[in-house]
Ligand binder design. Structure first.
Ligand code: IZC
Ligand code: ZN
Length: 409
């Protein structure tokens, strides 16, 4: 799949650059030919993978994950069943704050091992490039600990992991009622994050009981002045207007957007802020209203999709399931969905020129699917359809199983 350059907005999300009877040649971990088998130059191959007429795509790009955390939150399921809302659990010191406690208590090695486990599962589902956030420390030591784990994962694992500093994810107990003082501390820490080159992006949770639109605007503006690109958790639960603000400050992405207003949708169409939608979270929070993907795409927005992998509101590493939910709940077409997990998701984490397409000169991040065509994956739900995961030209997984001698660490 290749097609046009740049972010795919609105109508352009219909393009997928499909090639029938294709051949992809790889050398030194890079793609050296991608196109019709007929027109291919003669190639002497050391190894040939016969894809048997099946679908081959770029590695998937997951642009919103909370990959590194301590503990888990299965005890919250009973509260959810009793109808206790997500923000109420947080208000009572649970939710994000319970993960903060567990992450503060875990040492760096434990966090690394735990995140490696989840990362391997993501890879087995075909995610070869992803974003990962801090945000379960809410203090200098733990935020830096999480960011160091992300850096080490990126350096030692066969996956590209882009790092986001989310110190402004919740207000910790020690700052209860003093959000500005807490943001000031997180701003100070941002300078260290910059000096130590531990993150490319800065993110904030703009939500009722967490940070207001005005606090978020000021915080993200300062982050931009420090040289970060910015992202935002906006309009996830309550429609506060974070989407409009994200477009105004020139955020690279605005994420969630379940309650985005008409005005917010219009602004997404007019700017290059990418709408990263997380239907798995809406499903898992048991909500009936999903993000208005159709209106966004018809209004010329660029839409991407992500797992939002986290221990509270979206415990899944399966981006293919998110593709199914996008088809059913967001009414996105198969073409739009493929763009949303490849080209647009890559651009939403600053990797649009490196990942998300099979193109000569790029890393050979390829998936062979047990699927006869591209319509099949958004249709057949709940399982892993990837037959072969190839990262940098190396086969890592076959039908979900790690391949022989290839070391993932
Ligand atoms: O741990 O609940 N929404 N942050 C904002 C989350 C979900 C992650 C969590
Ligand atoms: Zn999130």
């Amino acid at each position: 799949m290749d097609g046009s350059d740049g972010i795919r907005k609105g109508e352009a999300m219909k393009e997928i650059g499909l090639v029938e009877d294709a051949l992809v040649a790889v050398d030194g971990g890079k793609v050296v030919y991608a196109g019709p088998a007929d027109g291919a130059p003669s190639i002497e191959a050391a190894e040939v993978i016969d894809c048997e007429g099946k679908l081959v795509t770029p590695g998937l790009v997951d642009p919103h994950t909370h990959l590194v955390f301590g503990g888990s939150r299965e005890h919250e399921l009973a509260l959810k069943q009793q109808g206790v809302p997500y923000l109420e659990i947080l208000k009572q010191g649970g939710g994000i704050l319970s993960t903060v406690q567990a992450t503060r208590e875990a040492d760096e090695e434990e966090l690394f091992e735990k995140a490696s486990f989840h990362l391997d599962r993501m890879l087995s589902y075909g995610i070869t490039t992803m974003e990962a956030k801090s945000g379960y420390g809410l203090d200098a030591d733990t935020e830096l600990k999480q960011l160091r784990v992300i850096k080490r994962l990126n350096e030692t694992k066969n996956a590209d992991i882009v790092s986001t500093y989310l110190g402004a994810h919740a207000i910790p107990n020690e700052y209860k009622g003093r959000s500005q003082a807490f943001l000031d501390e997180m701003l100070e820490l941002m300078e260290t994050v910059k000096e130590q080159e531990l993150a490319e992006f800065v993110d904030i949770f703009c939500e009722t009981g967490v940070f207001t639109v005005e606090e978020s605007r000021e915080y993200l503006t300062k982050a931009k002045e420090m040289g970060f690109d910015v992202k935002i958790h906006a309009d996830e639960i309550d429609p506060l207007g974070g989407t409009e603000m994200a477009c105004e400050v020139g955020a690279i992405s605005a994420d969630h957007l379940v309650g985005t207003s008409e005005e917010g949708i219009r602004k997404l169409g007019e700017t290059d802020t990418i709408a990263v939608l997380l239907p798995g979270t809406t499903f898992y929070l048991n909500k009936n209203e999903f993000a208005k993907a159709r209106e966004m795409i018809e209004g010329n927005a660029a839409v991407a999709l992500a797992t939002d992998f986290n221990p509270g509101s979206s415990p899944t590493e399966n981006l293919q399931l998110i593709m199914n939910l996008a088809a059913l709940k967001l009414r996105m077409t198969p073409e739009e969905i493929w763009n949303a997990v490849t080209v647009n998701s890559a651009y939403s984490i600053g990797r649009g020129e490196q990942a998300g397409k099979i193109r000569e000169g790029r890393k050979a991040d390829l998936l062979v699917w047990d699927a006869p065509n591209y319509l099949y994956v958004p249709y057949h739900y709940g399982v892993n359809h990837v037959r072969t995961v190839i990262k940098n030209g190396k086969t890592l997984f076959e039908r979900g199983e790690r391949v022989g001698k290839v070391s993932v660490s």
